[in-house]
Design a protein around this ligand. Structure first.
Ligand code: ZN
Length: 76
């Protein structure tokens, strides 16, 4: 019985490592062309400039504006 438990545990660990590897690869993979924030398609010229862009221009602008606000006022 112990052997089976150990084997199951090992499989779990392997699965976790495999999932982690997939996630990491997805993080560095070229963009899907879909904005992660609003699910709109990312502008083609934007993708050509940055194949790894994860957000459309609107969402990227918004994120940048928010980042600037945070820099100016400090995190709240
Ligand atoms: Zn967007």
């Amino acid at each position: 019985m112990d052997d089976i438990d150990l084997a199951a545990e090992r499989t779990d660990m392997l699965n976790a490592a495999a999932i982690q590897a997939v996630l990491e690869r997805a993080e560095s993979a070229p963009s899907t062309g879909i904005c992660r924030a609003c699910n709109e398609t990312i502008e083609e010229e934007r993708l050509r400039a940055n194949p790894y862009a994860k957000h459309c221009r609107d969402c990227a602008d918004e994120a940048e504006a928010r980042a600037q606000m945070t820099r100016r006022c400090g995190p709240r």
